[in-house]
Design a protein around this ligand. Structure first.
Ligand code: SAH
Ligand code: SF4
Ligand code: F3S
Length: 439
């Protein structure tokens, strides 16, 4: 038998790309590839790109340029670009960087094996269509490799919301949901391979409306079905839009035992004027009332969010409204970004906020978020949590895992095995993790 070919994948962006990279690796596994950790000995290099930040495409071009030497040393090396920059730039990538053999958009990964074969004949392969078939179903024939205790599972893709700053509706296309039976089968398969916790993924995961046995199913309906999967211990989902937070999903947070008390619910701004200009179709007030209802269903739920500062026309007063909202919600985690223009989105045409002012606001917002994060972490000290252990810690004799609130927790013991759930008493709070003792 010939030696396996080596595949190097570099993944940027959101968890959906992480999931997609795993699927691409499995698809190319069928073509005789095994993954390698370095581009130096690879027969195929794939960049799975993200388009959400400024100059994303430029960074991809400069990264590609660095592979020139490798290609000179190994003429059989194939170079591919996948993900959201591939979708946005398409053929232009091959025009600007002739080193590239293959460009594949996020909806076409099931066609990778044919595309790879085409590159082996010396041709270029390009596919950025939005085909009708379920790409994940086509990617199914994968080896039953053992898995770690946590996994992502994409249930929904694309977005119809068209927030004025965002490229996702253009790069990932219209909102589509996978049928429930396929998701359940995939979950069962993951559990057989060692997975204990599944995070359901979608750009708008709570808009899920996949086909079920009795018509369309909501995300809550899907979660209740997954709750029945033996051996699966924890369910999470991300990312949600406030407008799709339906009553049955809020209720599930109070009643579904495997659904974890953590919710990522981006609001982006606390100013109604800015929210309107962002095309978010909710107000600060409606968001706060929504959180009240979620907390009534599950009082200890840990909230997380995303913020954009310096959106076009944001004044100091608008920014203060964001600070007020953060003060009121108190997030356990939050991600804040300085607005960056994405060509082709409506906000790109509008007058921009002064860069220094935006930096200053970002610092103030992050200061407040970090303070809340610390306070919430410290409030865990003395409490009993359940930890799913994932791996040995940095110090010898340590094990680390995640609590139900997604806090990293380490214990000074190697007794828990990987994939085991144990009760732990929190004894101290550090910068980015909690220390605990096994109970
Ligand atoms: N579908 C999710 C996440 C989309 S992208 C949602 O609706 O929340 C993840 C985050 O990136 C967004 O929540 C937003 O805060 C940030 N983001 C998206 N486009 C941006 C831009 N042009 N500039 C700065 N931040 C942006
Ligand atoms: Fe982008 Fe999320 Fe808005 Fe959709 S809902 S356009 S993915 S920020
Ligand atoms: Fe980036 Fe595409 Fe995800 S733009 S955030 S990789 S959906």
């Amino acid at each position: 038998m010939s030696e396996p070919k080596k595949l190097y994948i570099k993944t940027y962006g959101c968890q959906m790309n992480v999931y997609d990279s795993e699927r691409m690796s499995e698809a190319l596994g069928g073509q005789g590839y095994v993954e390698t950790k370095s581009p130096d000995d690879a027969d195929m290099i794939l960049l799975n790109t993200c388009h959400i930040r400024e100059k994303a495409a430029e960074k991809v071009y400069s990264e590609l340029g660095r592979f020139k030497g490798l290609k000179a040393d190994n003429p059989d090396l194939k170079i591919g670009v996948a993900g959201c920059v591939a979708q946005a730039e398409g053929e232009e990538i091959m025009r600007r960087q002739p080193l590239v053999d293959l460009v594949v958009g996020p909806q076409s990964y099931h066609r990778l094996p044919e595309m790879e074969a085409k590159t082996r004949t010396g041709e270029k392969a390009l596919d950025t269509d939005f085909p009708e078939e379920d790409k994940f179903e086509k990617l199914k024939n994968r080896p039953k490799a053992k898995r770690g205790p946590t996994a992502f599972l994409t249930v929904q893709e694309g977005c119809d919301k068209f927030c004025a700053f965002c490229v996702v509706p253009y790069t990932r296309g219209a909102e589509v949901s996978r049928p429930a039976d396929r998701i359940i089968r995939e979950a069962q398969d993951l559990v057989e391979r060692g997975v204990r916790e599944i995070t359901l993924l979608g750009q708008n995961v709570n808009a899920y409306h996949g086909a079920g046995p009795n018509g369309e199913m909501t995300l809550a309906g899907l979660i209740w079905e997954l709750n029945k999967v033996d051996g699966l211990e924890r369910i999470r989902f991300t990312t949600s839009h406030p407008n799709d937070m339906s009553d049955d999903l809020i209720e599930a947070h109070g009643t579904c035992d495997k659904l974890m008390p953590y919710l990522h619910l981006p609001v982006q701004s606390g100013s109604d004027k800015i929210l309107k200009r962002m095309n978010r179709s909710h107000t600060a007030e409606s968001y706060l009332r929504l959180i009240e209802r979620i907390r009534a269903a599950r009082p200890d739920i840990l909230m997380s969010g995303d913020f954009i500062v310096g959106f076009p026309e944001e004044t100091e007063e608008d920014f203060q409204a964001t600070m007020d909202l953060v003060e009121e919600v108190r997030y356990g985690y939050a991600y804040s970004f300085k607005y960056s223009t994405r060509p082709g989105t409506p906000a790109a045409e509008r007058p921009q906020v002064d860069a220094e002012q935006a930096d200053d606001r970002l610092q103030r917002l992050q200061g407040m978020i970090t303070r809340h994060q610390r306070e919430i972490q410290e409030s865990m000290v003395g409490r009993k949590v359940s930890v799913l252990f994932e791996k040995p810690g940095r110090q010898p004799g340590q094990m680390v895992g995640k609590s139900e609130y997604l806090h990293a927790v380490h214990v000074a013991s190697d007794a828990p095995s990987v994939g085991e759930l144990r009760d732990v008493r929190i004894v101290a709070s550090g910068a980015n993790s909690l220390a605990g003792e096994l109970l």
